[in-house]
Each structure stands twice: as structure tokens, then as C-alpha cells.
Design a protein around this ligand. Structure first.
Ligand SMILES: Cc1cc2nc3c(=O)[nH]c(=O)nc-3n(C[C@H](O)[C@H](O)[C@H](O)COP(=O)(O)OP(=O)(O)OC[C@H]3O[C@@H](n4cnc5c(N)ncnc54)[C@H](O)[C@@H]3O)c2cc1C
Ligand SMILES: *[C@@H]1O[C@H](CO)[C@@H](O)[C@H](O)[C@H]1NC(C)=O
Ligand SMILES: *[C@@H]1O[C@H](CO)[C@@H](O)[C@H](O)[C@H]1NC(C)=O
Ligand SMILES: *[C@@H]1O[C@H](CO)[C@@H](O)[C@H](O)[C@H]1NC(C)=O
Ligand SMILES: *[C@@H]1O[C@H](CO)[C@@H](O)[C@H](O)[C@H]1NC(C)=O
Ligand SMILES: *[C@@H]1O[C@H](CO)[C@@H](O)[C@H](O)[C@H]1NC(C)=O
Ligand SMILES: *[C@@H]1O[C@H](CO)[C@@H](O)[C@H](O)[C@H]1NC(C)=O
Length: 668
């Protein structure tokens, strides 16, 4: 375990003191007769006006409005001025007192627990009341394993340990993240008996969102008080973007509404669509689409949040060679802006925002509450899966394996042109024997019959047989996506600590120059031989007539998306850690960047130099401009997000940024 010099040593026992248990003054509010009452859930209702949804006329959306704030202001609720809206960039006049929050200068930090300006318990109480009791004080998921934590529970600890690699365990916790590295690994369940449990980068509080007004309150409060704000959905993020020390976290996981439209009309679209709440996960979207008899574009793993980080980052899909990125399917987005206002962005309304929210990155422009996406008719899916092992105890020598891999790689552009999704992983063998395992899950063609897929694949299989590759493909054909996905994709496994990923998108133009192409193959092969895993995708998310959006422009020419990465022993020395981490960014990633300048911000290297170009391509300057307009004071911040250059997490090593320190402004 690594020791972090500036690691906050906030004792859990202190953090667990019950909300409102402190002996401070209680908040007050005026009664109608002018007498002063204690403000509590019997005297203060949740701060919302309820409207019926404009699209559906059924669902109710509860919104924080000027009228609600004006009422509470007139009743002199303690600290109500901390919840007012900002100067309105969308043009809605507000007659209320404006507090845009602190004006940060270089050197200033977001307010941190222990600072003079950190909200008092009384203030947190008022916030909790206004949200209808949705505030949660953070208890790290591993705390139940620590005898001194105050919440020790041997059975619950065992459950956490047993389910650690399952995303549902983490997604159902308000603050747990699936890349514990960035959290600081300060309360890992397996260290419970001997270690201490501290918050590390876990936020101080989160709000369990069930309706829009709670997000608006959190946004206004964090902005007006200068508190770091984090948006947290499932916690899948690979770069530490859904956690942050000393933050208030907006937890969107329970926004689960799904609504199907057989015919949804916009200026440029008329067809089936699905509206999904920000908390809907890939598996839930796929199951719903299957029920409605359509095909939805989503990611590969069941637990990923569709309308959260996935669509915000562009989102690649088993259907990407056919229909483009996940974000290309979006028709409408509902979002709470940094000024606290709730707006809808479409191709005709708030068009800059609409452009930026489709691919411009999570936790940057506001909090998305729901999106409406195009869906497609049911279609056939066919292809094969394959599990193959190399090594002295098999017929597959290393030479045969790499020759077969090169034969496959050479064909990538021709497969993409047919709509391919080729997803496979190369790992060193797990049983200690020298060699690789290669797991292809799956190699398939959406919309094609098995006979058509076989005809496309046979020339490659012929080459493989000629090379002497020993392999047995498992063919499949289904008349819908759901059966294909549930039966032929790998099970999701998460929360592996002590590892880091990076990624590259290799563009089609490299294949035109055979010298360069072969040098690219040699480079990737060499990096795998040096110890990297390779998670590779053959796809080209370049749907013809793809709508203009903020999504990484490098995606459009990509033929090969490769995730590389390495782990280290839990007891590695600081020097070994530095060597491994520097190798990923400075060595492996640099060598691959020569061929693939783009990387995927959702599955990328948190230390990516010049991440603006790598993660957003030619769209970066316009994204930055929109960020400045919508969020001039950087209420939203996440590592490698648009505009994140202006801030830095303190106390970090220059080869790895965790989220364990204060967030401070470093440039204008
Ligand atoms: C096992 C696994 C499989 C994956 N498979 C795929 C795949 O097939 N295709 C693919 O493209 N990616 C894939 N990813 C990457 C995935 O897209 C990202 O991790 C994504 O950011 C997850 O989003 P989330 O909302 O679930 O996670 P979180 O970690 O909760 O959030 C991720 C980011 O989005 C922001 N965010 C979340 N919700 C909102 C919101 N409502 N409004 C604004 N910002 C928000 C957060 O602040 C954070 O910056 C995979 C990741 C894992 C771990
Ligand atoms: C404001 O207060 C008045 C008087 O109590 C009440 O009738 C009205 O519904 C309130 N409006 C909102 C938006 O809460
Ligand atoms: C707009 O706000 C100002 C105060 O900021 C107020 O004087 C004015 O009356 C408001 N206009 C409207 C139309 O509400
Ligand atoms: C985790 O594993 C245990 C078995 O130890 C099981 O009973 C439980 O349902 C699982 N899920 C959670 C969320 O704990
Ligand atoms: C190698 O190939 C031969 C001939 O096909 C086969 O009989 C044998 O079982 C294979 N060996 C292994 C270890 O798979
Ligand atoms: C092909 O790539 C090689 C190596 O990158 C380069 O030297 C050469 O100029 C390229 N050839 C053409 C025709 O672009
Ligand atoms: C780390 O642990 C492994 C096995 O637990 C051990 O073999 C190795 O020597 C240890 N390394 C260090 C640097 O302590």
C-alpha cells in the first residue's frame, strides 16, 4: 500500500457523527403568523414545484423555481441565500439576490473540510431539509471491515469481499468507485483487521437523487459555498472522475425511468426512440429495448451508466460500425446547468450545449437528468467466439500466434466496412506457463446471417489454418441483439486495484502505408511482450451522416481501438510503482501515439499529455469555449475533462494524479 504524504487523516469516527446531532443552533423559519419555528421536516417541505412532464404528460418532474426560493426567502429560512440561482446565462431573469460564488484567483482552493468556510452542521441540515432528507454522509464501502470504524460488521464485510469484483456492489453504494486506485485505497475491505479506514478521495457528502430539484439545490449550494462538486452515477470511471476529496457528490443512480416512443419526431428524425433517466444502466436499456422489439446502441458491459459517463464520453458500442457512437443516437437531453437552471437541449434548442453534451465528457457542462435516444428495428446478429491458448503445451507457438494476429489485424478496415464488432483480449497465461490466452468475445456482424458472416470470415480462417493455428470457433446466429449480448459477451468484472489503463485509436490511414502499418503492428506486439494486456476492438464508429457533435473526432477514422494496461504487486516499492506508472504514459503510450494520436477519455490514461487533443480531437477549442460560457467559474471539474487544466489536485506525484487532495486553481 502506498503512503500519500498529504493524505487526509480524517478519522471515520468523527465523520460518522449523526447529521444534526451536534449541539449547534437549529435552523429556523417564520410561521404564517410571524412567529419563529424550528425548521425541520414538519415545517419545511422539499423545495420544489411539481410539473407534469411536457413530453409525456404523465411523469412528474419536481423543479426548484424562483417562486419556491422566493417563498422560503420571504419566510426567512436560515441560510436560504446559499441555495439561490446564479446570474442566468440562459436569459431567464431572476429578481432574487444573486451569489455567483467565490471568484477564484490562482492559488485559491475549493473549500475543504476543516476550512473556516466549510458549511456548519446547521447549514448541512438546512440543505438536507430542502432536499427532502436525501443527504448522505459518506461511509466508505470498506468501513464495515474495520473494527474501529463504528460500523464494523463481520457478515457485511464478508459480503463486500465476496462481491468485490461485481459492479452492482459498487453501483448500489453512494460513493464506491470501481478504480480504487484514484480513491487512494484508504479503506480497502481486505485491510480491515490491521489498517485504518479514512475517507481518502471519497466525497464528504452525497445527495441521493430522486428528482431534478435535488440536483439544482446541490448545484446552487456547491457553487454559492465554493464546495467541490462531483457527479457520481455508477462509479465505473477509469480515471477517478466520479470521486473527489472534500466534495459534495450528486448520486444519479436511482433515476431509472424508461419510456418508449414508437414514433418520435424531431426536425431531422421520425422513428422509434427511448427516453431514459440518468441512472439507467446498459443491461436495463438492452432489456427494455428487447421488450419493445427494438435494438438500442449501448456499451458492452451491463453495469455501465448509459446517460451518464457513457454518452457524455461518446460511447462505443457493439453497433458502432453500423450506427456510430452512442452519443450519435441522442435526440434530446435534459440537464441542470452550473447556474442551477434545468433546461432541455436539442438540435433546435440550446444547440451549443446539445453539441457539447454529446461526447464532450462527463461532469463538465452540467448534470444530465435524462436523454432520448434513437433505437433501431430488431435484426440478425451472427459471428463466433473463440478461446485460444499459446505455449509449449499447445500446438500454438508464439510465432504462429502473432502471424495469425497480424493476418487478423490486416483485415480490420475491410471488416469495419461491413459493420463489424471484433472484441478480444490478450493476456499473459494465468497458470504460470509462458504464453498467452486470447479470448474473442465476440467477432460478429450486426444485421448479417451466419452464412453471410462465414463468407466474410472464411478467408481469414483459411489463412489461420495455413499458418497451423489450432483453433475452434464457436459460431452463433440470433434474430435479435439481446440473445447475442447475454450469451456471447464476457461477464463484467471490476474493481481490480493496483492497475492502470491507457488507450489509443488507430486510424484507417495507417493501413494504406504497409511500412507504417507493419511498424504499428510490431509496436503493439512488442508492448504486449513487455507485459501489457491488450483489450482490442475492431470497429469504425463513423456512421455516414453522423450528426455533428463534441465527441472525439479521432473516433471517426478509427479502425482499431486498443486498451493497454498493467498492474503491479500490492506490496510494490514506491520506486517500482513509479517505474510501472511512467512506463504506461511515457513509454508504451508514447510509442503507440506515433500511430494513433487519439485516445478514449472514458478508457484512457489519466496522465495523457495534451489530453485535449487526444480525448476530444479537433473539437477541443469549441468545447473549451462552451465550457467557459456555461461554467465560467469551474463549478464542474474532473481530471482530463474539458477546461480541467486550470485546476490541480494538491499533493500528487507528477506521474499519477489521484483525487485525494484539495482542488486548487493553478491558471486563469
Ligand atoms: C467494466 C467496464 C466496461 C465498459 N465498457 C464500455 C463500453 O463498452 N463502451 C464504452 O464506451 N465505455 C465502456 N466503459 C467505460 C465507460 O463508458 C465509462 O467508465 C463511463 O464514464 C461510465 O459512466 P458511469 O456514469 O457509469 O460512471 P461514473 O463513474 O459514475 O461517471 C463517469 C463520469 O461521468 C460523469 N457523469 C455521470 N453521470 C453524469 C450525469 N448524469 N451528468 C453529467 N455527468 C455525469 C461523472 O462525473 C464522471 O465524470 C466501460 C467501463 C468499465 C469499467
Ligand atoms: C408560496 O407560498 C404560498 C403561500 O404559502 C403558497 O400558496 C404557494 O403555493 C407557494 N408557492 C410555491 C411555488 O411554493
Ligand atoms: C429583472 O431583475 C431585476 C433585478 O435584478 C429586477 O429589478 C427586474 O424587475 C427584473 N425583471 C423582471 C421582468 O422580472
Ligand atoms: C454478496 O455475497 C453474499 C454472499 O457472501 C450474498 O449473500 C449477497 O447477496 C451478495 N450481495 C451483496 C450486495 O452483498
Ligand atoms: C495438436 O494437434 C494435434 C493434431 O490436430 C492434436 O491431435 C493434438 O491434440 C493437439 N495438441 C494439443 C495440446 O492441443
Ligand atoms: C510510409 O510510412 C513510412 C514509415 O512511417 C514513411 O517513412 C513513408 O514516407 C511512408 N510512405 C508514404 C508513401 O507515405
Ligand atoms: C511481495 O509479496 C510477494 C508474495 O506475497 C513476495 O514474493 C515478494 O517478495 C514481496 N515483494 C516485496 C518487495 O516485498
Amino acid at each position: 500500500m502506498v503512503a500519500f504524504s498529504l493524505q487526509r487523516a480524517l478519522l471515520l469516527a468523527g465523520a460518522l457523527a449523526r447529521l444534526g446531532a451536534a449541539q449547534e443552533a437549529e435552523p429556523t423559519i417564520l410561521a404564517e403568523d410571524g412567529s419563529v419555528l424550528v425548521a425541520d421536516e414538519t415545517t419545511v417541505a422539499p423545495a420544489a414545484e411539481v410539473f407534469s412532464d411536457l413530453d409525456t404528460d404523465e411523469e412528474q418532474v419536481a423543479i426548484l423555481t424562483d417562486a419556491v426560493v422566493a417563498n422560503l426567502t420571504a419566510l426567512d429560512l436560515t441560510n436560504i441565500d446559499l441555495f439561490t440561482f446564479d446570474e442566468d446565462v440562459t436569459g431567464v431573469n431572476t429578481t432574487l439576490r444573486k451569489r455567483s460564488g467565490p471568484a477564484y484567483r490562482v492559488g485559491d482552493c475549493k473549500v475543504f473540510p476543516g476550512d473556516r468556510d466549510w458549511p456548519s452542521r446547521l447549514t448541512w441540515n438546512v440543505f438536507n431539509l430542502l432536499t427532502g432528507g436525501a443527504l448522505i454522509e459518506t461511509v466508505p464501502i470498506g468501513a464495515v471491515c474495520y473494527p474501529n470504524s463504528g460500523v464494523y460488521n463481520a457478515q457485511k464485510c464478508q459480503n463486500v469481499l465476496n462481491n468485490w469484483s461485481q459492479s452492482s456492489l459498487h453501483a448500489s453504494d453512494p460513493t464506491s468507485v470501481m478504480s480504487p486506485l484514484y480513491q487512494g485505497e484508504t479503506c480497502m475491505p481486505q485491510n480491515g483487521q490491521s489498517g485504518s479506514c479514512t475517507l481518502g478521495s471519497f466525497p464528504s457528502y452525497s445527495v441521493k437523487i430522486s428528482n431534478v430539484f435535488q440536483i439544482q439545490l446541490a448545484v446552487n449550494f456547491a457553487r454559492n459555498k465554493g464546495i467541490r462538486l462531483v457527479v457520481h452515477n455508477t462509479g465505473h470511471d477509469f480515471l477517478g472522475k466520479s470521486t473527489g476529496a472534500g466534495a459534495l457528490s450528486i448520486w444519479t443512480h436511482h433515476l431509472k425511468d424508461i419510456k418508449y416512443y414508437s414514433s418520435y419526431r424531431t426536425a431531422s428524425y421520425n422513428g422509434p426512440a427511448i427516453k431514459l433517466g440518468a441512472g439507467v444502466q446498459v443491461g436495463e436499456l438492452y432489456a427494455a429495448a428487447n421488450r419493445y422489439g427494438v435494438t438500442a446502441v449501448g456499451g458492452e458491459c451491463a453495469g455501465v451508466g448509459v446517460a451518464g459517463g457513457y454518452l457524455a464520453g461518446g460511447g462505443h458500442s457493439p453497433l458502432s460500425s453500423k450506427y456510430g457512437l452512442g452519443s450519435d443516437q441522442v435526440l434530446s437531453i435534459d440537464v441542470v446547468l452550473p447556474n442551477g437552471r434545468f433546461v432541455t437541449a436539442t438540435e433546435t434548442k440550446n444547440t451549443d450545449l446539445f453539441w457539447a453534451l454529446r461526447g464532450g465528457g462527463g461532469g463538465t457542462f452540467g448534470v444530465v437528468t435524462s436523454v432520448t435516444v434513437k433505437v433501431y428495428p430488431k435484426m440478425k446478429f451472427s459471428g463466433f467466439t473463440l478461446d485460444l491458448v499459446t505455449g509449449a503445451d499447445t500446438n500454438n507457438t508464439e510465432q504462429i500466434f502473432w502471424d495469425a494476429m497480424y493476418a487478423y489485424w490486416r483485415k480490420f478496415p475491410s471488416y469495419s466496412a461491413e459493420g463489424v464488432y471484433g472484441y478480444s483480449m490478450v493476456f499473459p497465461r494465468f497458470d504460470g506457463v509462458a504464453g498467452y490466452t486470447w479470448s474473442v468475445r465476440p467477432f460478429m456482424f450486426p444485421g448479417k446471417t451466419l452464412a453471410q458472416s462465414k463468407a466474410l470470415i472464411e478467408p481469414l480462417l483459411h489463412e489461420w489454418r495455413t499458418l497451423g493455428l489450432d483453433f475452434t470457433p464457436q459460431w452463433f446466429e440470433h434474430d435479435n441483439f439481446y440473445d447475442t449480448w447475454t450469451q456471447h459477451f464476457p461477464a463484467e468484472s471490476v474493481a481490480n486495484s493496483n492497475m492502470r489503463t491507457s488507450s489509443r485509436m488507430f486510424p484507417g490511414e495507417v493501413w494504406w502505408n504497409v511500412t507504417k502499418r507493419d511498424a504499428m503492428f510490431d509496436t503493439v506486439k512488442q508492448i504486449v511482450k513487455e507485459g501489457s494486456a491488450l483489450i482490442q476492438y475492431n470497429m469504425n464508429p463513423a456512421q455516414r451522416n453522423a450528426p455533428a457533435s463534441g465527441a472525439n473526432s479521432h473516433w471517426r477514422s478509427a479502425q482499431w481501438f486498443a486498451i493497454m494496461g498493467a498492474g503491479w504487486a500490492p506490496n510494490s516499492s514506491e520506486a517500482d510503482l513509479e517505474t510501472t506508472n511512467r512506463r504506461i504514459t511515457d513509454d508504451w503510450n508514447s510509442r503507440m501515439r506515433v500511430f494513433g494520436p487519439g485516445g478514449y477519455g472514458n478508457e484512457g490514461d489519466v496522465m495523457e499529455p495534451n489530453f485535449g487533443n487526444a480525448f476530444f480531437g479537433t473539437n477541443y477549442p469549441r468545447l473549451l469555449q462552451i465550457k467557459r460560457q456555461v461554467d465560467p467559474n469551474d463549478l464542474f471539474w474532473a481530471p482530463t475533462a474539458v477546461g480541467s487544466e486550470r485546476w490541480k489536485v494538491q499533493g500528487q506525484r507528477d506521474w499519477l494524479t489521484l483525487q485525494t487532495g484539495k482542488l486548487c486553481k493553478v491558471a486563469n
